[in-house]
Structure formats: C-alpha cells, structure tokens
Design a protein around this ligand. Structure first.
Ligand SMILES: CCCCCCCCCCCCC/C=C/[C@@H](O)[C@H](CO)NC(=O)CCCCCCCCCCCCCCC
Ligand SMILES: Nc1ncnc2c1ncn2[C@@H]1O[C@H](COP(=O)(O)OP(=O)(O)OP(=O)(O)O)[C@@H](O)[C@H]1O
Ligand SMILES: [Ca+2]
Length: 532
C-alpha cells in the first residue's frame, strides 16, 4: 500500500490536522511548511536517511506526549531563483515503527531504481583556477553532498597543467560513472581532451585525420565551477554555482554536447566546445595569459586594452552551412532542457550511425567562401553565456544540434564595435549590425592573408618587420600580423585551421537551461504546476 501511494512522485504533506496515518515535517521555518503540498519527483530526491530524535525535536506540538517516535529524513533538491539548486530536508515522523520502515525502504528502493545516477566518480581539482578556491569549494560544498548521496570518489588534486589529461590515459576510466572537474573552462577542456582522446585511442581512431568519425564518449563529465569565466557550466546549467552543479551530478542528469575538432593540415590541434575566437578574443587571451596573477580580472584588463588597440585581420573563411538542423542563429527561441532541435539532430545522428557509409560526403556539398577584414571571427558550439554576458555570444546556439554559429565581425569603427559589445549585456540583437554576419555551419576553414602570402612565397623580410612594427603601434590598427585562436581559453599555435563539428560527441552531468525556472523578477511557473 505504501509503495502504491508513492507512485511516480512522492507527496510530502506538511499540513497540520491531517489524519493519523500522515507524516508531519518538523521543518517549520522552511517556506514549504506553509505551502499546502510540496511535490518532489523521486528523480530529485538526494537521499533518504533514518533519523534519530533528539530532545528538542521531541518537544514539538502534540507529539510531545508520545513515548517513542520513528522518523526518516528526505533530502531533496529545492529549486530557487535563476536556476540555482539547493539541498533541502524534511523529516517525517510517526509512532508506527513498521510504517516508518516501510516508507524508508520504499524510498530507498525507488532511489536504487534511478539508474542514471553515478555511484563512483573520478574527481580532478585544479587548485589554481579562478580565485584559487577549487580545493576549498570541493571540500566544503561538494564532498559533503556526494557523501550524503553515497557517491564514492577518487580525488586527484592536480600538480601541473595537463596532469588531469595525462592521467586519464593511464587510469581505468571504465570503472567510473563519470569524471568531475573542479576548475574553469580550461580545466574542463583538459578533462574533455583526456576522455575523448582516450576513447579514440582505445578504439583505434586516428585523431589526426580531420575526416575521422570520432567515437562518442559516454562517460559523463561534471563541472564544478571554480574558474574565471565558467562559460561551459553557465551555458549548460544556467548558473555558475558549485552546489547546483553538484546536485545535477547527484541526480544523474545527462546533456549531450557538440564538440568541434580543430586541425591544421593533417595535424590535430584541439577540441572546442565553447568559443573558438580569432581577432578580439584571441588577442584578449594572449595578453591575459601574461597577467594570470590578476585572477579573473585579467580578462577585463586585457579586454579594455584589446578594445583600444582595435586590430583587424585579413583572411578567408570557407564554410559549409548546417542544412540538417532546423534552427537559425537569428531565432528568438533558445536551446532549453529537452530542446526539440537538439532531439531532431540526435535522431539524425542515430540514423546516420545505422546507415554508416551512406551519408553524403562533405566534399560533395557546397562551400561558401568569404574574404575580408575582420575584428573578430567567433565560432561557438553553444551560446557562450557567462556571468559577463548572460545571453552569450550567440543566444540561439544549440548545445547538441551538430552545428556551430560562425560570427564574423568586419572592420568597423571603435564606436560601432563598442555598440556591438554592449549588446552582449542587454536585450538588443547583437547581430543587427551591417558589419556583423552570422551563419550556422557544420564545418569551416580559415586562412589568414599572411599565411596565404606565406604559402605563395610573396612575403619578404621587410614586410615581416613592418608587420611587427605595426602591431606595436596601436594607432595603426594594421592587419599584417596574425592574431591567435582562442580555443576554449587556450591559445592555438596555428592561425590556419580546419574545424568540424561532431554532433553530441560527449555528455555532461547537466540538463540544459530549464525553461520555467524562476527569474530575477520572480516570474515562474512553479514546479508543482509543472508536475501536474
Ligand atoms: C562595455 C562592456 C562590454 C562587455 C562585453 C562583454 C562580452 C563578454 C563575452 C564573453 C564571452 C565569453 C566566451 C567564453 C570563452 C571561454 O571559452 C574562455 C575560457 O574560459 N574565456 C575567455 O576567453 C575569456 C573571454 C573574456 C572576455 C572578456 C571581454 C571583456 C571585454 C571588455 C571590453 C571593454 C570595452 C570598454 C570600452 C570603454
Ligand atoms: N596544478 C596546476 N598548476 C598549474 N596549472 C594547472 C594546474 N591544474 C590545471 N592547470 C591548468 O590551468 C589552466 C586554467 O585553469 P582553469 O580553467 O581551471 O581556470 P581559469 O583559467 O581561471 O578559468 P577559465 O578557464 O574559466 O577562464 C587549465 O588550462 C589547466 O590546464
Ligand atoms: Ca551546437
């Protein structure tokens, strides 16, 4: 009877005066206490524990007179504003020991049935990311939640850059249900390279082949944000908050993610999931690397400096439009939890995998070519929303549709470029400028004018010197030198690159941004309405 009562959702009754068989919560100060009912899906229960009563708790209301009370506590996810999740608890008690045990047992059995929840995790902590708080954040905010949810962990505090990546090639990754990285986008990138690289190695796939069909990585990655930008966490969860991310890991969320491979000729350079930026964001990154000691502030400092230098770069872009996906970068609808467009891409991917070999070769499809002088070339696989820009570089980009949005910002005045930047922070359309173009693509290539000239051997020593001279002279804004590619916060050595989006190559412990979550103004559809 008890199990039947539980059904798909558990109802926590917190109303006084309910009949004898009901459960009462002692959490009187919680806002839930005053609501009539609070619905918690089983999938959002963190843990169920038998509870011992202390004297203080016994002295509540009419239960005071009773001799022996039996209780259990349900720890569950409480959704707050702006996609923030918190762990809340409600204790239920009654006099009937058998009934109490039945409920505890039934709930535990239901939790056991949640097969997507991780039981064993491998955790990498970068102690030097962001404000250098990674270790503290993990120990104080995340580890206690993992232990409450009975998740066992192997923790590695990294000692140098690439420690996590190299380690993932050595350990038995298959015994883990997921890998967690505590740090910023750079740390995530390391873990992703380790996992994807390991999968390809184990499957005999050569990453240097730009046309290789890469093997999907089914071991999910969880991101505990402790970096400077935390764009990947923000764009996939809706907030950069360690407790929220830990709870998404515990409940076993799964969000597939597109990954771009970046090659130079037939050499693999890097994978990218957020921003691949040349010009403005490449120059910011290059300058900011020298200022790591400044922490997250380095990006504002270098951003201001790069804005003033106003360099533009000449080059050629060739791309293949993403015809398979239904959306467009100018859509007003964004990618949200359970996104229809991403689901369609997932279906296509499954069909393609079935009919392997029948898929049209990239070579047969048309390439569009654009030559020009650009202040910024940004290719984004996701919106790139972050605390600095809550809607991101491309607000309608999809997390898992197999495409990237290619944003070309042509040479324009400083004032116009500033207007463009400011629109990343407000509701105005940042693509509504004559000097900005945006395309949804499945692959692209870039060659700078300089490397084209190099290849045709027209460059002489004098030109090289002139290039160097102009770069050091801010008023000139000349385009003779190359910029650097910013690949998820890491610089690339080559300016000529070939990029290909791999649809849903990997998975995160996340669920995308939820549609009806309470916003800053408190507008929301409550979770109760959602469940009904
Ligand atoms: C007037 C204010 C305009 C503000 C415009 C803000 C636009 C911000 C857009 C941020 C996009 C982040 C994309 C994510 C990239 C990550 O994979 C990567 C690794 O973490 N982070 C960065 O490369 C780090 C990138 C950091 C970018 C910081 C940009 C700061 C620009 C400041 C311009 C100042 C102009 C002031 C003129 C008076
Ligand atoms: N122990 C370590 N010592 C030095 N560098 C490390 C160590 N562990 C990791 N790293 C490197 O530090 C780089 C930056 O780390 P991380 O991404 O965590 O912080 P961030 O750069 O401040 O944040 P964001 O990437 O969000 O801007 C990563 O590329 C990673 O390779
Ligand atoms: Ca995408």
């Amino acid at each position: 009877r008890t199990v039947e009562l539980l059904g798909a959702f558990m109802v926590l009754c917190s109303t006084e005066g309910y009949n004898q068989q009901s459960w009462y919560t002692h959490n009187r100060n919680s806002p839930d206490f005053h609501q009539k009912n609070c619905f918690v899906p089983i999938s959002e229960i963190i843990a169920v524990e038998e509870t011992e009563f202390n004297k203080k708790q016994r002295n509540i209301g009419r239960w005071q007179k009773m001799a022996k009370l039996h209780a259990f506590t349900v720890h569950y996810v409480k959704k707050a504003r702006n996609h923030r999740w918190r762990c809340s608890a409600a204790t239920f008690w009654c006099v009937d020991e058998h009934l109490c045990n039945q409920w505890t047992q039934a709930l535990k059995e239901l939790l056991e049935m949640q097969k997507s929840r991780p039981k064993q995790l491998l955790v990498y902590i970068n102690p030097f990311g962001g404000k250098r708080q990674g270790k503290r954040i993990y120990e104080q905010k995340v580890a206690p939640l993992f232990s409450l949810a009975s998740i066992s962990t192997d923790v590695v505090v990294t000692e140098h850059a690439n420690h996590a990546k190299d380690n993932l090639f050595e350990v038995n990754i298959y015994k883990y249900d997921g890998v967690v990285c505590v740090g910023g986008d750079g740390m995530f990138s390391e873990v992703m390279h380790g996992l994807i690289g390991r999968m390809q190695k184990d499957s005999g796939i050569d990453q240097n082949n730009p046309k290789a069909s890469l093997v999907q990585c089914n071991i999910r990655i969880g991101i505990i944000p402790a970096g400077s930008t935390d764009c990947i966490c923000y764009s996939t969860v809706g907030i950069s908050d360690p407790v929220t991310s830990a709870l998404h890991i515990i409940v076993g969320d799964c969000q597939p993610l597109d990954v771009s491979s970046v090659h130079h000729n037939d050499t693999f350079l890097k994978y990218s999931v957020s921003l691949l930026g040349y010009g403005f964001y490449g120059d910011i990154l290059k300058d900011s690397e020298k200022k790591r000691w400044m922490g997250p502030m380095r990006y504002d400092y270098s951003g201001f400096k790069t804005f003033l230098s106003h360099h533009y770069y000449e080059g050629t872009i060739a791309y293949q439009p993403a015809k398979h996906t239904h959306g467009s970068p100018r859509d007003k609808v964004s990618c949200r939890t359970g996104c229809y467009i991403c689901k369609q891409s997932e279906k296509q991917l499954a069909e393609q995998n079935k009919e392997h070999g029948l898929k049209k070769e990239e070579g047969e499809e048309e390439w569009k070519v654009i030559k020009g002088k650009f202040l910024a070339i940004n290719a984004v696989n996701m919106s790139c929303a972050c605390p600095r820009s809550p809607k991101g570089l491309s607000p309608a980009a999809h997390l898992a549709d197999g495409s990237a949005d290619l944003i070309l910002v042509r040479k324009c005045s400083r004032f116009d470029f500033l207007r463009y930047l400011v629109r990343h922070t407000n509701q105005d359309d940042q693509f509504d400028f004559p000097f900005v173009d945006v395309y949804r693509v499945k692959c692209f290539q870039f060659t700078s004018k300089l490397s084209e000239d190099n290849e045709s051997n027209v460059m002489d020593v004098g030109k090289k010197r002139f290039g160097q001279f102009c770069r050091d002279h801010p008023a000139c804004c000349c385009n003779i030198v190359n910029s650097t590619w910013n690949c998820d916060g890491e610089t690339l050595d080559s300016s000529a690159i070939e990029v290909r989006v791999h649809c849903q190559l990997m998975k995160l412990f996340a669920r995308g941004i939820e549609e009806d979550c309470k916003d800053e103004a408190g507008h929301s559809q409550s979770s109760i309405e959602q469940l009904l």
